[in-house]
Write a protein that binds this ligand. Structure first.
Ligand SMILES: *[C@@H]1O[C@H](CO)[C@@H](O)[C@H](O)[C@H]1NC(C)=O
Length: 301
């Protein structure tokens, strides 16, 4: 990027000087007209001499820049190529609050402006945080017959069909299977999930889209995607890491080629810059969210 800018500057600085030199030496007709004006003659005669040094130094800059540009142009040589997503990217730490803010503060400073934020300890007061375990979930009578959606690959691949099975069966097998649960929170578990404080006002509650539950034995990876809604994601056990892209900043550069899913076909473990060159140039926002924390993910981030 830098080199392209330098070259543009060099050329625009140099063009007038080069033209004048040409005119002075190779265009007698022009020269003849200009001879009528003594001040132009003076400048034609002196300028080329003064310019010789600068031209040579500019040319050296141009040549070295072009050499570096050749390296830059081959995305397979860029740092981080075929490595996990954002492995060499600049990471911007997502900001944190040490509890949930009021709805006013949340909407003014975060939701309305599209600013992600971690609410440390925000979910510690949820019954789910203290109650839920494999043993507890298996012991609920309804878990025997409530059907839940299960993705059959921990590395998300939205082209695979989802399975359904009773919640109890999933809890019995997920630690030893390459699968994870993603489903609407079953009715009888909803009492354990409180409405986050920032969302506790009628206007918001009336506009809630869904309340989803994820369960995985670890090592789950999602595709690079965005959602058409604001999200608050709370962790009750384990840890989840988020890499986020600023939608306002990159909406024209990052193209989600799987349009219907709002997802990108990039392999998040092995990012091919020759296919997705813009992913080498973006800054990612990063957050590590632990049990008891929640995070706000802005619309389309
Ligand atoms: C996202 O990008 C826009 C445009 O560059 C910028 O104004 C805004 O501050 C960025 N948001 C965050 C949270 O960095």
């Amino acid at each position: 990027m830098w080199y392209i800018i330098i070259i543009t500057v060099c050329l625009s600085v140099q063009v007038p000087g080069l033209l004048k030199r040409k005119e002075a030496h190779t265009s007698p007709i022009n020269l003849k007209n200009k001879l009528k004006n003594p001040s132009i003659v003076r400048s034609l005669l002196t300028k080329p001499q003064q310019n010789r040094m600068p031209i040579f130094s500019w040319l050296i800059v141009i040549l070295t820049s072009l050499e570096s540009l050749a390296g830059e142009e081959d995305p397979s040589s860029w740092p981080g190529n075929l490595e996990p997503l954002a492995s060499k990217a600049k990471l911007i730490q997502v900001g944190e609050l040490d509890s949930f803010p009021s709805p006013q503060e949340f909407f003014m400073n975060y939701a309305y402006r599209g600013v992600p934020v971690v609410f440390r300890g925000g979910a510690k007061g949820f019954p789910a945080y203290s109650k839920w375990s494999d043993l507890y979930l298996k012991s609920i009578p309804e878990a025997q017959w409530t059907m839940v959606g299960v993705e059959i690959n921990k590395k998300e691949d939205r082209t695979l069909p989802t399975q359904t099975m009773p919640l109890r069966e999933f809890i019995q097998r997920y630690q030893s299977h390459n699968e994870y649960l993603v489903t609407s929170v079953p009715e009888y578990l909803r009492y354990d999930v409180l409405m986050p404080l920032p969302l506790q006002c009628t206007q918001v509650i009336n506009n809630l889209v869904d309340c989803l539950l994820w369960i995985s034995g670890g090592g789950t990876k999602s595709v690079l995607h965005n959602d058409n809604v604001d999200n608050i994601n709370c962790i009750f056990s384990g840890r989840k890491e988020f890499l986020l892209l600023n939608y306002t900043k990159y909406k024209d550069d990052i193209i989600f080629d799987r349009i219907e899913e709002g997802a990108m076909s990039v392999d998040v473990d092995k990012v091919d810059f020759t296919k997705f060159p813009t992913l080498a140039k973006v800054d990612f926002h990063f957050a590590s969210v632990s049990a008891g924390d929640c995070i706000f993910l802005p619309y389309k981030w």
